[in-house]
Design a protein around this ligand. Sequence first.
Ligand code: BGC
Length: 739
Amino acid sequence: MKKIIFAIFLCSTLLLASSKDNTIEQKIDSLLTLMTLDEKIGQLTQYSGNYETGPSAGTVKNEFQKLVKEGKVGSFLNVHGATNTHEMQKIAVEQSRLKIPLLFGYDVIHGYRTTFPIPLAEASSWDPQAVEKSARISAIEAAAAGVHWTFAPMVDIARDPRWGRIAEGSGEDPYLGSAMAAARVKGFQGNSYGEKGTILSCAKHFAAYGGAEGGRDYNTVDMSERTLREIYLLPYKAAVDAGAATIMSSFNEIAGVPSTGSKFLLTDVLRKEWHFDGFVVSDWTSIPEMHTHGVAANDAESAMLALNAGTDMDMEGGVYRKHLPQLLKEGKVSEQTLNEAVRRILRVKLRLGLFADPYRNASPEAEKKDIYNAAHIAATRDVARKSIVLLKNEKDILPLKKEIKTLAVVGPLANNTEEPLGPWHQQGRPSDVVTVLDGITKTVSSDTKILFAKGCDIVGNDTKGFDEAVSIAKKSDVVIVVVGEAAEMSGEAASRSSLTLPGKQEKFVEAIQATGTPVVVVLMNGRPLAVTWIAEHVSAIVEAWFLGVQSGNAIADVLFGEYTPSGKLPVTFPRTVGQVPYYYNYKNTGRPMDEKQKYNSKYIDISNTPLFPFGYGLSYTTFEYSSPRLSASKITKKESLKVVVDVKNIGRRAGEEVVQLYIRDEYGSVTRPVKELKGFQKIALVPGEKKSVEFTLTPELLSMYDINMKWGVEAGTFKVYVGTNSVDVQEASFEVSEL
Ligand code: BGC
């Protein structure tokens, strides 16, 4: 009976959805018959309304308002705030001929005003629910301010930490990256379009923007279709499957074809294979940049290539507006292609419910209530502590006692209110930031003496402040040294050729370490850093990334044991920049690394292991793993396999552990990575508690692109690894047979 009721429910939901879809498509049909060419192209046109940068910089507000009245613009980015969006929207829905509402986009990357940890930090939580919540809160705040659409999540895989935009993504792994992509899409968009407190998401930058040669932003990408599909495309696919409303094309070329003009990516893969029916927005001027790339002789050709490939909306390029009328006349772009692009954009606007409610509950009152409120601040503190990774803790120096007598807090980031916001902090304010010094001061006992000295700047050669910091370090029981990068050293156009601490900071840590007082280094940074000397010398290292407005509280929670760290690295930390690109899921080669022999794949001047491997992170307690148990030693290609492992907390504190499962397909028609993450679960255990963690390896998870680029499972032997990071694992193996 239950099954029948469920079937009836499912059928009626599907019918309702399809009748809603039909209504939307009919509404679009009728709009298309009414629209002039200018109005159609208007829907494809997006300008930046902050009047500051880009080709439309200097455009005054009333020029934009005139365009809106004439139906010549469909969307703005960088217009936000209930009053500003309301003003523009009112013109669109009251004064333009067809009253088509505008769509307001904004880069809500890790918070609107309540700034959450940067995405790379949040990925370190390995906690998709926490990440979903962070996106949900960001959506609530942005929606109150009249924003309809965020240009997030960024789901680009990054294997090269020189690339500054590694900070905006979820690291190097497609499986973890896919989980984070789906969580963020769900968080921004909620369960259904138009739900209160939601905004549209935009998975970006399609595709493989993170594969830039040399880690230099915007640079050339060249890779095999196999690597593209198996590593780079998976998180975009996960975002599409989770319902991402829009996709942003990327700046880069892949094998000679700029993504914004790639029919293969935008039509064949995205629409035909993945059945994506939202719209594609270009990246900022990436359409006219196809001329600079050298595939279009002029802007008109760029516009033609982009629209024909499947780029629906022109972000700030201005070339659709300028050139599409002539291109249509010449037959270089068909009316049908234009209509299809307009349809996709209108579809998303209709799905969001903009025609019925163009202001979507945004108001100054909603802003007051929903933005930066106590619940949101508490939530960001919670996500921030989960995002911290404990990298070293010699002799259990951490957690510190709150009753510690004298504590030195030093370093350029110890009392800094700007940098913890990280890149893309949007409406986040330095005045909202709790610094490490603030957080510690609030946490320690009233008898504890705290001594502070900045010591040096993040950049530059000035060492004049060293002496003061050294002298207070000498007087203290423990020194907390907070060092790292400035926020603007990661994010867009912020590639670095070095991965060491900038300026004199490493020398500073050396000077503090030389005092003999135990040292805890807290790192704030937007990328993995090659902090080899520090890793070898200081007692403890806490990787705090950029944690947003609650940085200091979250860090103090970890330093003093209010929270037991549970984060794990979503990227490999190399020992030196010379090792990059360096990632855990590499290929074995015919001569795998062996430091005792000469003629194999390694560097002769450094240990070839990473400084900290993918998946790595310590706790204040200890977890004991049993060997993995498999449900069978042999399965067929169509069967799934269960893997069970017992994990016990054998330490003295409650804690959370991220149990990780990797596989290796030993021999294939093409070579396979030495390890591939295929499952993880975050579990909480009190001392003495044991839990069995079960994973299911489905045929989909065991599949690969074979020698003929066919997706499927190949028969043969597989290894399974389960453990606390990608290196410390226990293994088992099983066979997959044809039948
Ligand atoms: C970035 C995008 C961003 C867009 C709009 C571009 O420069 O690459 O990630 O969404 O600007 O701000």
